[in-house]
Unconditional design. Structure first.
Length: 298
């Protein structure tokens, strides 16, 4: 059995660990050999990489994320070489110097992504910062600058892998025949055809009012979910299948559940930001998850 590829970045709400559960609810009539798997909010691609369909269309609004996907797709060897430089520089210094290196590269990343040049450099810094920042967040300030602080990592931690060469090569193989694009999720309607399967993984509606969901200068709130609900109707009108996953709240159900839709509820273990258990690890609690489809699931 060939080794499975895992997402090349960490991402808030990533679905790799849930993907086995989600795949149980794929539409029975979806034929991945004839039709297309479409993911308009791809993020780290947790579901995509676990499912690994032959025909796929991936998109996201984050241009730096999509640049990274395309570099892995088209020039993974150059990316690996650049990442190894960052990994070596990060680990060879004492802890304070590693922090200095991190913030120096964060500033360089913001300059590069503003210019839109040096795609290899942008992709390498995107992965390096993601692997080294706090909780793997991608967050921007009001000016669009990446502003996540360095995570609480020891520079000498041998487990801190920034360049996972084998996994990047596997991701390259899976992405070779995939279409990757950067645009709003609504623009995906132009490629959705009858029989296609669309997986939607929007930012979670908060479990409580204190939950943190703002990861960029543009938040995704209730009104955005209402618009996404209308997008789901448009998918249905094209004769395509969709699955949407989100937190299981009264508001989620109010927005997305209606006649002609189906749902499945289950519990998942989720790390609670800022809470540490007695062993010093992140505190995990059971959280309710909801998937909504336009096809019957059992």
């Amino acid at each position: 059995m060939s080794k499975a590829v895992t997402p090349f970045i960490k991402w808030a709400g990533g679905k790799y660990r849930l993907a086995d559960n989600l795949m149980k609810y794929l539409p029975a009539n979806f034929d991945p050999k004839k039709n297309t798997y479409i993911e308009p909010m791809v993020g780290s691609g947790g579901f995509f990489f676990k499912y690994a369909p032959n025909n796929a269309y991936l998109s996201d609004i984050n241009p730096n994320l999509i640049i990274t996907y395309k570099v892995i797709q088209n020039d993974v060897e150059s990316l690996i070489s650049a990442l190894k430089v960052h990994e070596n520089n990060h680990h060879k210094h004492q802890e304070q110097n590693s922090k200095d290196y991190y913030y120096e590269k964060r500033e360089e990343f913001n300059q590069l992504k503003s210019s839109g040049q040096d795609l290899i450099g942008i992709a390498a810094l995107f992965i390096y910062l993601n692997k080294s920042c706090f909780n793997g967040l991608y967050r921007e300030n009001s000016k669009g600058g990446f502003n996540v602080p360095m995570g609480d990592y020891k520079s000498t931690d041998s487990k801190k892998v920034i360049c996972n060469e084998d996994n990047l090569l596997l991701a390259h193989k899976i992405l070779r025949n995939v279409t990757v694009s950067c645009h709003e999720y609504e623009d995906t309607l132009k490629v959705i055809k009858e029989g296609d399967f669309v997986y939607l993984d929007p930012p979670y509606l908060p479990l409580d009012i204190s939950s943190f969901t703002k990861y960029s200068k543009n938040d995704f709130g209730k009104n955005n979910h209402l618009e996404l609900n209308a997008f789901c109707d448009a998918i249905n009108d094209r004769g395509a299948y969709f699955m949407l996953s989100n937190s299981d709240t009264d508001l989620t159900q109010k927005i997305y559940l209606k006649e002609g839709r189906y749902s499945q509820h289950f519990e998942v273990g989720r790390s609670i930001s800022g809470k540490i258990d007695a062993s010093g690890k992140k505190f995990k609690a059971k959280a309710k998850e909801l998937i909504v489809t336009n096809y019957e699931i059992k």
